[in-house]
Structure formats: C-alpha cells, structure tokens
Design a protein. Structure first.
Length: 502
C-alpha cells in the first residue's frame, strides 16, 4: 500500500503545481474591460484641444493647426511578458466628424495604442498630434494607429481624402481602404458590394477594431450607427504586433486640424484587452447638435435687407480698415493647399528665435540670415531662414523654393519643415542640424579633426543626396551650387545637402 500512497501523493503534488503555474500565468496578464455610453470625465485623460461637451468628447474645434487627445487613464496590459504573446483585444466606438463642407475639413481622427499619453514634439495636420517629421517611422515609437483620414496628404502617401488606414510607428499607412462597408446579397452569395461612407458628412459612425493574437489578424469595420456589425471587414490584414507593442500600452483617440478645420467627436467607447469588447447601449448616446445654416434661418431672411443697407453705408470705412488689417495678418495663400507644408505663426517663430536675436544667429548668406529657434510648447529645435529684403528674393522666388523643396524627402537632404509670412516678410523653417556646415569643420577654429571614416561617410551622404535630386525624385532637380558650406551635419555627423546656411 505504501508505494500506491506515494504515487497518489506525487500525482496530487504535480496537479497542485500545475494549477499554481496556470494561475500565475493567468494573473500575469491583467485583463482590462470598460464601456462608456457617454463620458462624464471619469477615467479619461484629455490633452491639447480636447474637451468634454454634453456627455461626449470633442477632440478639436474650429481652430486651425491644433490637435486634441483623449486616452483611457490607466495602462492596459496587451502582451504576456512570460509567453511573449500579444493578447486578442477589441474595441467598439461611435464617432462623428463635422467639417467646413462635405469636401473640405480637418485632417481626421484616429484610434491609437501608444506607450505613453504625452507624445513630445508632436505636430498637427497630417501628423495627427502623434509624430513629427523627425521621428516619423522610428521603430522606437511603438505605435498602432487606425486612422480615419479626411485629407489626402501626398507626402505620407494617402490614397484619397476619405479613407481608413492602419499605421505602424508612422503616419504613412501600411494598409488603407476608402471608407465604407461591404455587404452581400445573401448568405450563400459570394458577390459583394461596397457602400461608401463620407467621413466628413456629420454622419454618426460606429467602428469595430478586433485583433486575434493567435492568428495575428487585425480586422477594422465601420458602418452607420445602429447598423449591424458588417460580416466582411473593411480591412483584414495579417499583422504581427509583438515587436510593436510594449507589455502595457495606453488606448485612446487623437484628432488634428490644419489650414482647414473640423470638429471630431467621440460619443461612446468600449474596450477589452483580452477578448470581445462589451456592446454599446446606443439608446444612451449623447446628442450631436449640428450648427444650423445661417442662410436657412428665418431671422436671416427677415433681416437681409437691413444688413445690406448697413453694409452699403459702412462699406467705405470697412474697405479701408480691411485693407489695413489684411496687411497686418498672415494671409492664407492660394498655393498653400497645393504643397501642404506646415505654416508657422510669425509670432511663434519670433518667440522661438528670441526676437531674431544675434545670439541665435547661425549664419548670413546671400538670401538672408539664419537663426536657431526652439518652439516654446514642444521644445523642437528649428533653423529659421529670414529672407533679406535686399536679396532680391521676392514672392516669386519664395514660391519657387517652396515648390521645389517642399515635397522632397530624403535622409541626406536638409528637410524643409514649413514657412511663415507676415507683413511682407518671408520665412522658411528647416530642421536644425547641430554640427552646422562642413566648411566650419574643415576651415574653422573649432579644433575638431574629421577622421577618415567620417570623411568617407560624409562623401557617401553627399552622393546619396545628390543622386536623389538628380535621379531619384519624380522631377529632376539640379543643385548647381555644391560646396562645403552647403553640406550640413547632424548630431551623428551624417551629411545632408542643403543651401540655406553659410
């Protein structure tokens, strides 16, 4: 009997150890599940322009070049640190985008999973308040973004101005599809048709995002609110998030505006970090009140005659006042929409360069002076080229430079980030390169001596940049002035071809 008792005791101990091991693995991955059928301010962290408004979250308003973010206030565990497996998570939310018109509006909104809520140095417009030109595409971003984009930005490869995209660590979509939902004629039918949804139409839209950790498939679906979950996802892609996600991430939303504005709202949201998200109670959705058109109101029709009379009597004074104010403000140019570059406020650049202080002066060239600047809000360093009035580079040359360099993107070219104009003064904004120009190192008094491997690397960088200008871009660009003062060096001594510093 003793051997049998020993065997029984051994089996019981093994079972107990197995149960303990399983319980440890289960507890190692904490599950997070929540549902908001409207928002009262609890457990949601807002930043930027985001505000709570009558039970919903308003991410942006009618202000240009802004962004707003709303995150669930606690970290969500999405990866098992022991098994190194991404959990099967899902989310459901209801949103609404109001634009200036059905064809023009802000840049859209996105569902985001990020390692932190505060994303330093983020830009609005096509960067959605998440990234900037310097860190876009870095694997260290650890970002999953499902964007609902309402502006076609060619510099990030957008397919159109009304699409849903999946982005990994970058605002260039890895997968994208025009917004809409698929339907089939019958369960037995394999034929399907797509109904397009205009994201900018103020229609209330429901979205489903589901990730299967085992099969590594991400499904994204949208439909008008109240419609059933589409049987065919709008996007269904194979996606390994193991190296994208950290063990714990924040989940939330972001939206941005550019030159054109739009209001982006989130009405309800549910999420589950390890399974199916709870269903939303659509009967509890907060109301969205579209602003009625001024031209359709009775008061407008009754008062139009009086308004015309007042305008006629005051037209002379208003024209003079309007011309003066127009000369003082920063006017949106007709060509600004074509090139899509970020426009900085003149006062913003004035503050960044300490009122164009000589202490921040980087160099003086034939076309003007270049200053180092630090944006007060984000801390991003810039190089600001203040065009000289005596240089002869007027509006025509300014637009030509914007057109030729505004869309160029290469690691060995000095990046043009944006521009500004006020009271006839023209400014160009470039990325800041701390090691200045090559001629300063070769002929200056810095005391630095370039090693041969550094010189070889610099030559390779110059060649790569010139090859892109001459052969790599869609339109051939001849530099015509290659010299050491037009070669600039970043913090790692990588060469970048430019022509704005001397």
């Amino acid at each position: 009997e003793r051997p049998e008792m020993k065997l029984t005791l051994t089996l019981r101990c093994a079972c107990l150890l197995f149960i303990l091991r399983i319980s440890q693995q289960v507890s190692a991955q904490e599950s997070t599940s929540f549902v908001f059928n409207g928002f009262n301010g609890n457990n949601i962290s807002l930043s930027g322009a985001a505000r709570f408004d009558r039970g919903l979250i308003k991410l942006t308003n009618s202000t240009t070049r802004q962004f707003g973010r709303a995150f669930y206030s606690r970290l969500v565990q999405v990866k098992d640190s022991n098994a190194q497996v991404v959990s099967s998570f899902s989310t459901i939310f209801v949103f609404c985008i109001s634009a200036m018109t059905k064809t023009l509006g802000g840049h859209g909104m996105a569902f985001v999973m990020a390692p932190k809520q505060g994303l330093d140095g983020a830009f609005p417009s096509q960067y959605f308040g998440l990234l900037n030109p310097s860190n876009d595409g870095n694997s260290s971003n650890h970002l999953l973004v499902v964007e609902f984009d309402t502006v076609q930005d060619l510099d990030v490869g957008d397919r159109d101005d009304n699409h849903v995209g999946i982005d990994i660590n970058s605002m260039r979509s890895k997968y994208a599809e025009t917004a809409g939902y698929w339907t089939t004629q019958s369960k037995a039918s394999h034929e399907r048709s797509k109904t397009v949804i205009n994201l900018k139409s103020e229609e209330i839209i429901q979205a489903w995002i589901e990730y299967d950790g085992r099969s590594q498939v991400l499904n994204v679906s949208i439909a008008p609110v109240g419609s059933p979950h589409p049987s065919i996802p709008l996007l269904s892609v194979s996606l390994d998030l193991l190296n994208v996600f950290e063990e714990k991430m924040y989940a939330g939303f972001t939206a941005s505006t550019g030159i054109l504005v739009g209001t982006h709202r989130v009405l309800a949201w549910s999420f589950n970090s390890s399974g199916e998200a709870p269903a939303l109670d659509l009967s509890l959705l907060p109301s969205v009140f579209p602003v009625p058109s001024l031209y359709s109101t009775r008061k407008f029709k009754e008062g139009i005659g009086l308004t015309i009379l007042i305008l006629f009597l005051g037209v002379c004074a208003l024209v003079g006042l309007g011309l003066y104010r127009r000369s003082q403000r920063e006017v949106v140019e007709d060509w600004e929409l074509e090139f899509g570059l970020h426009r900085y406020g003149y006062k913003e650049l004035q503050k960044a360069t300490k009122n164009f202080s000589d202490q921040e002066l980087l160099g003086v060239g034939g076309f003007g002076r270049v200053y180092r600047g630090v944006l007060p809000m984000s801390g991003v360093e810039l190089a600001v080229k203040r065009l000289s009035r005596e240089s002869g580079q007027g509006e025509r040359e300014f637009i030509a430079e914007m057109a030729s360099t505004g869309r160029l993107r290469h690691r060995n070219l000095v990046q043009l980030l944006g521009w500004s104009r006020c009271r006839g003064e023209l400014l160009l904004v470039y990325e800041y390169l701390p090691n200045r120009s090559l001629d300063k190192l070769l002929h200056g008094n810095s005391g630095k001596v370039l090693r041969w491997e550094q010189r070889h690397n610099i030559l390779k960088g110059i060649a790569a940049g010139l090859h892109y200008l001459h052969e790599g871009w869609e339109q051939q660009v001849l530099h015509r002035d290659v010299k050491s003062s037009n070669v600039h060096l970043d913090a790692d001594m990588n060469a970048k071809v430019g022509h704005y510093l001397t």
